[in-house]
Design a protein around this ligand. Structure first.
Ligand SMILES: Nc1ncnc2c1ncn2[C@@H]1O[C@H](COP(=O)(O)OP(=O)(O)O)[C@@H](O)[C@H]1O
Ligand SMILES: CC(=O)N[C@@H](CCC(=O)OP(=O)(O)O)C(=O)O
Length: 314
């Protein structure tokens, strides 16, 4: 060999074959979802380290480059907890949602829109001018009414917590049409009723990010809702790790809902609402594994738990 010749190691052809088969397997899925909108909920518990956050940003940009319209809805529960703790503000969760006082609300808004959202936007935009941050307050994106939860047959007040009562999809589709990637923080102005002509009260409400993502996915007619979290998916007998469910119908999920705990309550309620509103698939995937979201979308096997309409589960 001369000095300009570089040796190729013997195994490189077979490893190239394996890489090519991954790409070829992705092709029908890329074709299926090209031109479609996929709503990706990035949970605060899945943003564990820089490597994972960077991998998430790469996946989102990958999807955009193969013609999919990704819409990111982010959480930030642990990040809000850390800031509340620093400021010495107490906060508790009921049925997986934060009881939100006016004092806590200011922190929720600051952390979600000023910290967590900003960081994601920066990571995505290290690949090009794609991400634009929106809160539910921007361009009348979200409307919300006060939300309560039922615990043991009792109605529990959550304070300044909202459920989405309306979505203005134009605020998102205008950005998608311009080739951008919307990154949504789930703060929403309060309206005094769900009616179209309802008046804003002047308050802003804290909306659970899973539930907001489901409302956004339904309003956009998304092809999928993918929720990244810190477990492999939904376990039938939590915390028994051998009981991971790969697929279940909306009827089976509805039956399971009363037995669910903590963060899985809003997450599975969101999945159910999205699929019942016509989103063909909702998925929960493990955000602690790099590129899990992309694997879910572009591989045949998929990962995590998927929720499908009853007629497809049969
Ligand atoms: N049946 C279940 N299967 C999986 N996780 C469950 C289940 N029941 C409760 N959980 C809890 O739900 C958590 C995920 O919800 P949450 O903490 O709100 O995540 P995120 O911040 O990603 O929205 C898991 O970490 C787990 O502790
Ligand atoms: C009402 C309510 O609980 N809001 C959530 C909003 C953030 C969120 O949902 O974050 P994760 O997706 O990381 O859990 C909260 O205050 O923590």
């Amino acid at each position: 060999m001369t000095s300009s010749m570089k040796p190729r190691d013997a195994g490189s052809l077979s490893s190239a074959g394996a890489k090519a088969s991954v790409l070829v397997e992705a092709l029908p899925w890329i074709q299926k979802f090209a031109g479609e909108t996929i709503v990706i909920k990035y949970g605060g518990n899945a943003m564990i380290n820089d490597e994972l956050r960077r991998a998430f940003a790469e996946d989102v940009v990958f999807l955009r480059h193969v013609g999919v319209n990704p819409v990111v809805v982010h959480g930030g529960g642990p990040q809000i907890n850390a800031m509340l703790q620093t400021l010495g503000i107490e906060s508790e969760f009921r049925a997986g949602q934060r009881v939100t006082t006016p004092e806590a609300m200011e922190v929720v808004r600051m952390v979600l829109t000023g910290q967590v959202g900003r960081e994601l936007i920066g990571l995505i935009n290290s690949h090009g001018p794609y991400a634009v941050g929106l809160s539910g307050e921007d361009a009348a994106l979200l409307r919300a009414t006060r939300s309560t939860v039922e615990i043991d047959g009792e109605t529990v007040d959550l304070g300044l917590v909202g459920e989405v009562s309306g979505v203005n999809p134009d605020a998102i589709t205008d950005l998608l049409d311009a080739g951008r990637i919307p990154v949504i923080s789930t703060i929403a102005p309060e309206f005094d009723s769900t009616a179209e002509n309802a008046a804003p009260t002047g308050e802003v409400l804290n909306v659970n990010a899973d539930l907001a993502a489901a409302a956004v996915a339904s309003a956009l007619g998304a092809a999928k809702l993918v929720m990244l979290t810190d477990v492999e998916g939904l376990y039938a007998n939590w915390p028994d790790k051998s009981s991971l469910i790969s697929s279940l119908s909306t009827t089976d999920l509805r039956a399971m809902l009363p037995s669910l705990e903590s963060g899985m309550i809003p997450k599975m309620t969101a999945a159910l609402k999205a699929v019942e509103a016509g989103v063909p698939r909702a998925h929960v995937v493990d955000g602690r594994a790099p590129h899990s979201m992309l694997l879910e979308i572009v591989t045949t096997e998929g990962v995590g738990t998927q929720i499908v309409p009853d007629e497809e589960a049969a």
